[in-house]
Design a protein around this ligand. Structure first.
Ligand SMILES: NC(=O)c1ccc[n+]([C@@H]2O[C@H](COP(=O)([O-])OP(=O)(O)OC[C@H]3O[C@@H](n4cnc5c(N)ncnc54)[C@H](OP(=O)(O)O)[C@@H]3O)[C@@H](O)[C@H]2O)c1
Length: 229
């Protein structure tokens, strides 16, 4: 069982990496500080990562987890608003889509099934702040893509799932919490706290290794009931 996990260098990705390796899976990581480096703001990044991972894996990847992502602010008045939109879309959505495409083609060529786990966000359903139109849209796109893949390739044993975390205590969330006044944000979470990366990792590990095939197309919320659908 070989898994390609993007953004494994820190935060939620590092927790997913630890959960999967402790379950005995062979995980090929990706990031600047550890794993295979590949910048997704570069259009060549996702394909370069896939090819390097496939070589490292000896020609067979069984599971793809798209976790790498950015959460960057773009105020409406910013002159480079459109450039910011395109950067977030490319890193969060286009790179994930390209890796999903390469994975599906790879499984079809081998005549085997496979699994995709996309780390989206609560923002896909609830929306985000006025400075994060692009982020919410990129994550909603990820959810729609996951459902499309699930419906299109289930007969071939290719399964696709998404996880929608709410605020999760990583570098990204710490900055967000303090910039939004911390306690007020927590008051909006019935559980009374943000999620730990290990909680997102538990959901991702379940979907990657254990979830029954009939769950394909499902989206798992991990948000302390701060948004219930
Ligand atoms: N934290 C939250 O509250 C929260 C909530 C909902 C959803 N999420 C989602 O969960 C995922 C992980 O979030 P996190 O909080 O763990 O983030 P994080 O701590 O900021 O880590 C982000 C990861 O993405 C990689 N990455 C960033 N920019 C990249 C680029 N241009 N090209 C390739 N890789 C890049 C980073 O790799 P390097 O830095 O090593 O290059 C790092 O491994 C993201 O998709 C995020 O949208 C997070």
């Amino acid at each position: 069982m070989t898994i390609l996990l993007t953004g494994s260098s820190r935060g939620i990705g590092a927790a997913i990496y630890a959960a999967l390796t402790s379950a005995g899976a062979s995980v090929i990581g990706h990031g600047t500080a550890s794993g295979i480096p590949a910048d997704f703001s570069d259009p060549a990044g996702p394909t370069a990562l896939w090819n390097a991972a496939l070589e490292q894996a000896g020609g067979a990847i069984d599971v793809l987890i798209n976790n790498a992502g950015v959460f960057e602010a773009a105020a409406l008045a910013d002159d480079d608003w459109t450039a910011q939109w395109e950067r977030t879309m490319r890193i969060n959505l286009t790179a994930s889509a390209e890796l999903c495409r390469l994975a599906v083609l790879h499984w079809q060529a081998r005549g085997v099934g496979g699994r995709i786990v996309n780390i989206a966000s609560r923002a896909a359903y609830r929306g985000d702040s006025p400075a994060h139109w692009h982020y919410a849209a990129s994550k909603a796109g990820m959810v729609a893509m996951t459902k499309t893949i699930a419906r299109g390739y289930a007969r071939e044993g290719i399964l696709a799932f998404a996880v929608c975390p709410g605020f999760t205590m990583t570098g990204m969330a710490k900055h967000y919490l303090s910039s939004r006044g911390g306690d007020a944000l927590l008051a909006d979470i019935p559980l009374g706290r943000v999620a730990a990366p290990e909680e997102i990792a538990a959901a991702a590990k379940f979907l990657a290794l254990e979830a029954p095939a009939s769950m394909t197309g499902s989206v798992i919320d991990v948000n302390g009931a701060s948004y219930v659908r």
